[in-house]
Each structure stands twice: as C-alpha cells, then as structure tokens.
Design a binder for this molecule. Structure first.
Ligand code: BDR
Ligand code: CA
Length: 311
C-alpha cells in the first residue's frame, strides 16, 4: 500500500476524501493534519476527527496545523461549507483524540518514522506544507510526491480566475510548486467533471447504511451551497479525486507543463497559469490533470462508502 499523509480542511469534499483514503487497501493512511481554509483550523480538526471516527479509523493521528495563511489574511469558505465547516448532518462527540502536536510537526514526525518516501495529499490551502518545507527543508527527500487539489487550467471559483485553495494562500502554493518536490495538480477543470448528480446521490442512498445517510446529508448541503453560490445543478466533488488518482492512476489523464501561481495580478491573484500549449518557454515543472474517468472515480468513491458503512 502507498504510505500517505493527508493534509486537509474538512469541508464536505475533504470529508469524503478521508473516507476513501481510509477505506481503500491501496492506501496506508499514516496521519491527518488540518489547516485553516473551509473553516478555522479548530473546526477543520474537529471535523477530521468526526470523519475518522465514522470511518472506524480512530488509530490514525490527527492534529491541527496552521491557523492562518503565510501572508494573506484568513478568508474561510463558510459560504460553501457552513458554520461548522461540515454542515448538514448532526454529529456526536468524536471518539478520536486530537494529537497535541502542531499539524506541521505531526507531518514531520510521520515522514521521519517512515521507512520509505511518503506521498502527501494536500486538499486545503498549502500553508502546512509550505511551513513544513521552510522548517524542515531536509523533508523534501522524504516526500515521494505531493498530490494537490488546487488551481484550474480554466477559470476559478472563489474569484473569477482563482480556485479557493490556491487563492487562500498563494505564497504557500508558489513555495510548494517551487520546492523541487514532484507535484500533481487536480484543478477545477478536472473536479467539475465529478458532479454529484441525482444518479450518484441515489447510488449512495441505496447503500442503506447510517454512513451512507450521513454522506447523502453532507452532499445535499454541499449541493445547495453550490447552487446558491454558482448556479451549479450538482456540486463538484473536488478533493477525493486526488486519492482516487493514487489508488488508480487511470482515473486521471495528466500533462506535464510549465505552471505558475499568480501572486500580483490586480484581479487574478491566486490564479494558476498552466502553459498547456507551450507558449511561454517555461520548463515543464508540474503534472496537471486534464480528464477524469468518471465511472472509475464514482465506483471507487461509492465503493468506499459501501465498505466502511458495512463495518
Ligand atoms: C477546494 O476548496 C474547498 O472548498 C474544497 O474543499 C476544495 O478543496 C475547491 O476549490
Ligand atoms: Ca478542501
């Protein structure tokens, strides 16, 4: 199995990424760190504990990391994810403890304890990962790859041209991109191919377990946010695509391109600029996702909810 550290800000789609990472035998989930993004870091840590509890993964350490971006002021995604960051279902107290370490140190310790390089899946703003690479530059050798949900080869969501995770901490995204560690980017151009249509919702609902019911409640709330904010007919399930790609790379068609993060644009700060047609003479520096195999993706995601729900 692939050793993985998950850095996240749950968040509805992060919540389902946690389920997929726990459920699938191809992934060996070693630790979960949370970051401020969809909600404050206290709330995202509580939500990660809730989801690990529901997934029956109380043994996976979870810690709260950075509570604000490197440079930018904190802007949270409550207009999508609600007051709790995971609005919709009613949750009880999780039976998963909060690790007392700072999230960045949990990542560092987990890398240090591993006998082989570890893959980091980063599905929130990149503050924790940039901070890790600043504090512990030697950790670069211990990371096999960073798979990121962030950016877009097309337009944005939080602003017309910037996707939320990169917008929230563009300096961190630029540092991670420039770190020399291999990166793979799943942007909105990919995740908008993963719409939770009524067919998908029915398949989950038909599983008939309490966990499936919670997922339907999460996705229904998420869908109403996306409808209100952007007029989407069905919400895009961004974050789990990163995990699905690790499980089965055929899920995602990628191209190797020159990629830059816009830090100065008057109206485009936080946009990712992918030189898809080689117009810029940029050395290719990143793998960028282009096409999602939807059927494979939904089979993996729904299969995970099924397996975990049956205990
Ligand atoms: C990203 O931003 C958050 O709202 C989601 O959890 C996802 O990681 C999509 O832009
Ligand atoms: Ca996220």
């Amino acid at each position: 199995a692939i050793p993985v550290i998950l850095d996240c800000d749950p968040g509805h789609d992060d919540a389902l990424a946690i389920l997929l990472a726990v459920a699938h035998p191809a992934i060996d989930l070693r630790a979960v760190a949370t970051v401020a993004g969809n909600q404050t870091v206290q709330k995202t840590a509580l939500n990660a504990r809730r989801m690990l509890g529901l997934a029956g993964a109380a043994g996976v350490p979870v810690a709260a990391g950075c509570d604000r971006p490197l440079v930018a002021p904190l802007e949270i995604g409550d207009y999508v994810h609600g007051e709790s960051g995971l609005d919709g279902p009613a949750f009880g107290e999780p039976d998963v403890p909060l690790d007392p370490r700072h999230g960045v140190e949990l990542i560092h310790d987990t890398l240090a304890a591993a006998e082989e390089p570890v893959t980091i899946v980063a599905i929130g703003p990149l503050t924790n990962i940039a901070t890790l690479l600043r504090r512990h530059p030697g950790d670069r050798e211990r990371i096999r790859e960073i798979v990121i949900m962030g950016g877009s080869t097309e337009r944005g969501n939080h602003t017309p041209y910037a996707e939320f995770n990169v917008y929230a901490d563009p300096e961190a995204a630029a540092e991670v991109l420039g770190s020399g560690v291999p990166t793979t980017w799943v942007g909105l151009n990919v995740s908008h191919q993963a719409l939770v249509t009524s067919d998908v919702l029915e398949r989950i609902s038909a599983l008939g377990t309490p966990l499936a019911r919670i997922c339907v409640e999460l996705l229904t709330f998420f869908g109403s946010s996306y409808h209100r904010a952007w007029g989407f007919p069905a919400p895009p399930l961004h974050d789990p695509i990163t995990v699905a790609y690790l499980i089965d790379p055929a899920v995602l068609t990628r191209v190797r391109v020159g990629l830059r993060i816009e830090l100065d644009g008057a109206h485009t700060r936080g946009a990712t600029v992918a030189d898809l047609h080689g117009r810029m003479d940029w050395e290719p520096n990143a793998e960028v996702g282009t096409v999602l195999d939807k059927d494979r993706f939904w089979d993996l995601m729904i299969g995970a909810i099924d397996v975990l729900g049956r205990g």
